[in-house]
Write a protein of this length. Sequence first.
Length: 153
Amino acid sequence: ASYDEYNRFRERVSGLFINISKYEDAFSIIGNKIQLLEKASMQLESFSPDIIAKISDFKDTYNDYEYENDSSPARDEIGEWYKPNLGARIRIAMQGLSTSYGPTELNSSNLEIAEKHFEKMKNEIEQLNKEVKDLENEVKQLNPPYIIGQGID
């Protein structure tokens, strides 16, 4: 690979890696917000089974997403093969940066797959983020007490 090809590949890999980190962080923040919303919903002045059910349903959606993207039952069994996830694809792509001849077709194809997977992940996390903000606004309208960890918003 030429220097320009190698450099373009490196920029794509590093850009994708940074974006994945941002969205994984956003996903983690959503998880923290769910915990805060659960606490707040239990301390409302007027008990609201409706909001508790909405938070529980959203938590199930969050957990389903996490299970689909971060774990595999096959990995729990010794010696079982598992479908490569986003992290594995990025690692394979990054291996193309440590060779003297540059990225191979295997490295490039894994980067392309990782980029497509990231777009799906990005859209799903943005949707989860929108839903948790809507839920947060609903809970705030019910005047919950201050919960440690909620910040100043």
